[in-house]
Every structure is written in C-alpha cells, then in structure tokens.
Design a protein around this ligand. Structure first.
Ligand code: ADP
Length: 474
C-alpha cells in the first residue's frame, strides 16, 4: 500500500459527503476520492429538492402527513417492489438528516415544493435553488475537519481483499483525466498514476448511478441509444457498481432506469429549464399536446407515468408537449429557475394565450377551452379528466398575464437499481447473504429504496440518510 486511512469513500456527492462528515466527527482518518476534476457529481447540479415527511413547514401550514403515507406514495410509484425496510429507515431518520444539513450550513426556502407522486407537499427547496446549496457548505466544512483528505481526479479501479473476503483497501489512479466522449469509463484506460490505498476500517461506495454509461444502460434497456440525452453529469458511469458485483455484491433491480419528465429538448442535459417545470408549470400550470391543444396527463403524477404519457405525445415526429404557467406561478419561483431559461430563449413569455398558441402552432380555440376547463378544476379542487390534485395548487389558475411556456421532454435521470444494502448501509454478499466485511454503500449506487420508479426529491433523502448511516456504523 502507498497510503493508509481508516476510511476510504469513493465519490463526493450527497452520499459520500454525509458519510465523510460522520467519519470525521469520530476522528477517523478519512480519504474521499473523486474521479472528476470537480466535486459533487449529480448532487451538485440537481434541483436541490429534499423530501422530509412530517416536516416543520408542513406543521406550520397545517398539512397532515405521516411516515405511512410517505412510504405508501413511494411504493405506489415504485410498483410495490421497493425494499420496504429501507424506506422505513428513511422515514424514521429524514428529519434528523435535514437537521444534520442545517448544522453543516445548508439553507432552505420557507415554502414547500410539491413534486409529482407525493400525496401532499413535503419537500424543502434549497435557498440557492440547486443541490449545491447542500453539497458546497457540507464539503467546505468536511475539508476543514481534522484527519480528512479529498483527492479529485482520483479514480477507483478495484478492491483489495484479504484471504477472508474482507475489503481492506482499493486500487486507484491519481491525476486521472475523465474523457466525457467515452462510452463507458471502464472500456478504456484514461491515464493517471496507479496507487494502492489501505482502509483499516472500511471502504464506502458513493459513486452514484450510471445514466451516462452508454454501454451498461443499453444492456439494461436496449431502447436507450448513445444519443439519448440525460440530465446527469458525464461521469455517471457503472464502473464501481460492476467491480462490486465482481466481489459478490447482489444486484438489485438494475434495469429500472428513470426518465425525468421535466427537461427541455431545446438544451442539453439538466440545463437551465428543468426547474421551471418542476416548480412552476407542472405544479401551477398544465402540459398540452400542441397538435390538439389539449392536456393529456396528470401533471403531478409520478415520473414514470408522466414520462410514458409524454413519449406517447412526442411520438416519431418529435411533437414535444408544451408546458406552461401564468405569472402568479412565476412570482413564486426563484429567479434562477426561470431567468436563465428566458435568457437562453428556451422559455418564452406571451402577453396572451392566443399568442402562446400561435407560437407553438396549436389550435387556438381548443387550447383556450383546455385552459378554461383546467381553471374550473382548480376552483372546484378536483380534476375529473386526469386526477391532478388541484386542491394542492393554492388556488392558482392560468389567468394572470404574461404567460410562460417551454417545450418539454423526458430525459434519462436516475438509475433506481444498484447494490443491495441492509438498513445499516452494509453491502450484502450473494453467497453468504451477510454483509461483505469492510464494505458500505449509499446513494444512487445502491438499489431497492425506490423500487421501479423514484419519487422526485427522495434521492437527497436517500443519499444523505444512508450516507450518514454508513458513517455512523463504520
Ligand atoms: P450520490 O447522489 O449517490 O451521492 P453523485 O452522482 O452525486 O451520487 O456522486 C457520485 C460521485 O462519484 C460523482 O462525482 C462521480 O464522479 C464519482 N465517481 C463515480 N465513479 C467513480 C470512481 N470510479 N472513482 C472515483 N469517483 C467516482
């Protein structure tokens, strides 16, 4: 071995950072490695929405919630194949996780987001409007803690095991240069200096999902081509996951790959448009098929249901749905969630509904009837056409000009499957059905919590909570 630590954490997103802080609190000599030049993986670029059932803002607003309702919502979206004990752990610990982030400098808005598939609003939004609002303050504090080292451009390549089957270290490469044009990070050597790191207590895997692994994702779902766009950072590849399978870890539900239904086809990746749809058009507005001028789905259904409906509209001729809201919705948004999109020209502003319809070549009268009908559903608190929970939209109708619209499309967003862990964040071995000694994992590299489809804003809860639990148990 070239260097020795108590704990080695692979990955610098939510899961890795939460674990890192917990280890450093205990005085462990902790190394965190990150293969990219920048820290934070998907965690730092996502929308920063964090689900906490039975939270303080719900209590203030008189919204009734329970752990059982949260679990039932997750299992409905997850088609019942969720590993329920992991969800129960999340429900029990989520509030503590939230307080842990506050202690280390995260800040949130004082109003709740209502993400699709949740029966009630139960989601915090970071004050800066992205996951950076958690990742950056936590990382800043982590790096100042005693006994801690962070190495970027350092890539995990393999495990080092002892004869008894315990993970005792890793092989990695320093000064590694990730090439985002590559198909899959394990297919080609991308340079760097090989080193062996010893971990006397544990190796913790927090390497995220594989939405950008053009090879492995297509193995799981052959409909995905190399050009299928994703909201993920380019380093979201399957290398660590596959190495863990190689030492006996159990694969869980690896072919469930989620499309985020709120992206925009007129820009690449997560971009600057996604949060307009997450926080404004889907909650306070509607999504329409431009060919008919009509709605075609419950805009607050879970992600899989929405993505499937949107793909049906998009069809073969790229007939992208139009997502829209009025200025009352915009007034509730963080400026960052619409100003950049307006500047980029992907979000458009209209003085009248007629102008909006003309821009997207929609049948004007049909579209206006859609809006009138929808507004009546909001007033009645019931949507008889698609079952959107219009009683939860604070009475906001499509009525106050100017109106705002954006073309919408689903993009690859989250890989639900991954390594089997127990409620202690230990990785389970396929032969013994017991933890692999010395190995922990949390976050998107693991599977089971979300079943077939993850509800929006539960990833942050999942990654941080099981990251924290891994740190507690190491
Ligand atoms: P999570 O939300 O589960 O914490 P993220 O995507 O935010 O996941 O973070 C995972 C991080 O792990 C990313 O920054 C990614 O670049 C990093 N990573 C992935 N594979 C490796 C590897 N082989 N070696 C080091 N870091 C890796």
């Amino acid at each position: 071995f070239d260097e020795e630590y108590d704990v080695i954490i692979v990955g610098s997103g939510f899961a890795g950072i939460a674990c890192g802080i917990k280890c450093a609190e205990k005085g462990y000599k902790t190394l965190m490695i990150e293969k990219m030049g920048r820290i934070g993986g998907n965690s730092v670029i996502n929308g920063g929405i964090f689900c906490v059932p039975q939270n303080d803002l719900q209590k203030k607003a008189g919204i009734k919630d329970s752990n059982e309702l949260f679990i039932a919502d997750c299992m409905k979206a997850g088609l019942g194949i969720n590993h329920k004990e992991l969800l129960e752990t999340l429900a029990k610990r989520a509030h503590e996780t939230y307080q842990f982030t506050l202690k280390y400098g995260a800040k949130y808005l004082d109003s709740l987001v209502h993400e699709g598939g949740h029966s009630v609003p139960r989601t915090y939004q970071t004050a800066v409007g992205s996951g950076a609002g958690i990742v950056l303050p936590l990382m800043e504090r982590f790096e100042k803690m005693a006994g801690v080292a962070l190495k970027t451009r350092t890539k995990f390549d393999d495990f080092v095991m002892d004869d008894a089957g315990r993970v005792i270290g890793i092989l990695a490469r320093e000064d590694y240069r990730f090439d985002s044009k590559l198909f899959s990070d394990d297919l080609e050597n991308q340079g760097g200096t090989p080193k062996a790191f010893k971990a006397t207590k544990a190796v913790m895997l927090a390497s995220g999902g594989f939405c950008q692994d053009k090879y492995y994702r297509a193995v799981q779902d052959p409909r995905l081509t190399p050009s299928t766009d994703s909201t993920n950072h380019p380093g979201a590849t399957a290398g660590v996951l596959l190495k863990a399978f190689g030492i006996g870890a159990v694969p869980v539900q690896v072919s469930w790959i989620q499309f985020g239904p709120w992206a925009c086809p007129d820009e690449k990746g997560f971009g600057v448009g996604s949060m307009f749809n997450v926080n404004a058009s889907f909650r306070y507005g509607i999504s329409v098929d431009p060919k008919t001028g009509k709605r075609y789905m419950n805009e607050l259904a879970d992600r899989k249901i929405r993505a499937d409906h949107m793909f049906a509209v998009i069809g073969k001729d790229e007939n992208y749905p139009i997502n829209l809201c009025d200025s009352q919705a915009i007034e509730r948004l963080l400026p960052d969630h619409y100003e950049k999109a307006l500047k980029a020209g992907i979000l458009k502003k209209f003085n009248t509904l007629e102008e909006l319809a003309q821009q997207y070549k929609m049948p004007v009268e049909a579209f206006k009837k859609t809006v009138t009908d929808y507004n009546s559903y909001v007033k009645a608190g019931k949507d008889p056409e698609f079952g959107k929970p219009t009683n939860m939209v604070d009475g906001i109708t499509l009525s106050k000009a100017p109106f705002y619209a954006m073309r919408g499309t689903p993009k690859l967003h989250h890989t639900m499957g991954g390594l089997q862990i127990n409620t202690q964040a230990q990785v389970i071995h396929s032969k013994t059905h017991q933890p692999i000694p010395g190995l922990y994992a949390a976050g998107e590299v693991t599977g089971g919590v979300h079943g077939a489809s993850r509800l929006g804003s539960v990833a942050i809860t999942d990654c941080l909570t099981f990251g924290m639990i891994a740190g507690e148990n190491i």
